[in-house]
Design a protein around this ligand. Sequence first.
Ligand code: PEP
Length: 251
Amino acid sequence: MRKNIVAGNWKMNKTLQEGLALATELNVALAKAKPNCEVVIGTPFIHLASVVAAIDTKKIHVAAQNCADNDSGAYTGEVSAAMIKSTGAEYVILGHSERRGYYGETSDILYDKVALALTNGLTPIFCCGEALEVRNANEQNAFVKTQLEEAVFNLSVDDFKKIVIAYEPIWAIGTGVTATTEQAQEMLAFIRSLIVRKFGKEIAENTSILYGGSCNAKNAPELFAQPDIDGGLIGGASLKVADFKAIIDAF
Ligand code: PEP
């Protein structure tokens, strides 16, 4: 059975003190009742160890938002998958469109990052998704297929089984424009069909595929009710406990 997951992506927001306060408040909010999905928070690197220490990690799992594409050595300013794992974090968001767009992350780089994350026991949340021009040209399926083929479809079956996929159309991220429920379901069903073809039905049925892009408390219930949408990757709405909790409660 695949997991339903609601994962927050704090991006470059919150000082350490503010982040700890946010994580602690979420911990209190979730202490009352067990969520019906896996809850993940993707914090900046410097928050990871402190946040892990401040929460119940059986209820809230912690993610980094990136990792290095090398395992160790003279790479000033980089943070390795092994370092992330040593903080107690369990997930790493990889291939976010902001990393691809602003920091030049190519599929080759992402392939290495995914492999290093897996070797170090982290679960990659691998992001894919098209820009508006691609959607307007109705080429989104081919675009997403290539992103998956180049970075995660070369994995062994055993490794592929460990990853989570997040479809995030770039035109919906941080814009307030959500993909319609039909657009999101259609793409996630398409991604699942690609996994069936590549790895077989059983693996596809067990792969969690998330939608991300202006997901909020209002649209989450309808999105999460779709057969192929196994949760959300949440940016802006993960920065306020009431908003994030309402999305978690959509399951
Ligand atoms: C994201 O950055 O992954 C995201 C989905 O952002 P938002 O929810 O703010 O659109």
